[in-house]
Ligand binder design. Structure first.
Ligand SMILES: [Fe+2]
Ligand SMILES: [Fe+2]
Length: 283
């Protein structure tokens, strides 16, 4: 199925929630010249739950400040506008789907853990590989499998059939999805990211995270999300529904330029930050 057809399918889905008002307000403000620390802080303070999470996040080991950061304005200065926007998004995205039926076989709780695990792993890899946009890579990792959730919400029974087939036969999910639906979660996810007006880079990280064997990743951020997904699976951080560990694309690993000896450090960091992030992000 080509990109235009997928776009049409995604725009016809009627249960896709619109992003929360605070997120679009923030997005608009950040694009305008009025984007001051005080203005951003005002918008975030409208939602006390999110405001509390921003403070918790800035005080976490991710940033490792010796002194407690107590004010929202100071937190915004430290984190920067982009991270704040990503964080507001992260804390609200799963909530949008919370009450929706995804079919008996789809395990939403483990799925969400897999999303957080992959987000953290992708970010740690991005930092280790000196990428300039680790926070965007975090968002890419968080959303890489969002297509599964969207399809499951619209076709709970049919998607349960995918999950069951994967669990019984070990078929990769993308293959089972293509067989049963005619498209896969990568295509749906990237179309959705475009519909939500995410940067094109994010849509591409989502769309290309299952790099086929021998395929060359177009960019390092795509390689980081590809590896982040697999590392979080290997570390058993939640589950996206796969039975078998996906194959590492050797070119992706090469592109990141990390040594095998650094992998141990990277894994330790992922496990530590995962624990903290599930605590912060889970509601
Ligand atoms: Fe996936
Ligand atoms: Fe995944």
């Amino acid at each position: 199925m080509n990109a235009k057809e997928i776009e049409r399918i995604v725009s016809s889905l009627d249960k896709i929630p619109t992003l929360p008002a605070i997120y679009s307000k923030l997005g608009k403000l950040l694009q305008s010249p009025d984007a001051t620390i005080a203005a951003v802080s005002n918008i975030i303070s409208e939602d006390q739950v999110i405001a509390a999470k921003v403070l918790k996040f800035v005080n976490s080991a991710f940033y490792g400040f010796p002194q407690r950061v107590g004010s929202l304005q100071r937190a915004i200065v430290i984190l920067g506008f982009n991270t704040i926007k990503n964080l507001v998004f992260a804390t609200s995205v799963f909530d949008m789907f919370r009450g929706m039926d995804t079919g008996g076989a789809f395990d939403k709780k483990n799925f969400w853990k897999h999303c957080i695990g992959s987000a953290v792993a992708s970010r740690v890899l991005a930092e280790a590989a000196d990428l300039r946009n680790p926070d965007e890579v975090f968002t890419g990792g968080l959303l890489h499998d969002i297509g599964k959730l969207v399809v499951a919400v619209h076709y709970p029974d049919k998607y349960s059939a995918v999950v069951n087939e994967v669990q019984h036969t070990g078929t990769p999910m993308v293959e089972s999805e293509r067989k049963i639906f005619g498209y896969d979660h990568c295509q749906v996810g990237s179309a959705l990211a475009a519909q939500w007006r995410f940067p094109a880079d994010t849509a591409q990280m989502i769309g290309a995270h299952h790099l086929a064997d021998g395929a060359v990743p177009a960019r390092k951020d795509i390689a980081a999300v590809h590896m982040g997904n697999i590392l979080s699976m290997a570390l058993g951080l939640g589950s996206g529904g796969e039975k078998k560990l996906a194959t590492v694309n050797a070119k992706a690993w090469e592109l990141l330029g990390l040594s095998l000896s650094s992998l141990e450090l990277v894994m330790d960091k992922i496990v530590k930050l995962y624990g903290e992030n599930t605590e912060i992000l889970e509601m």
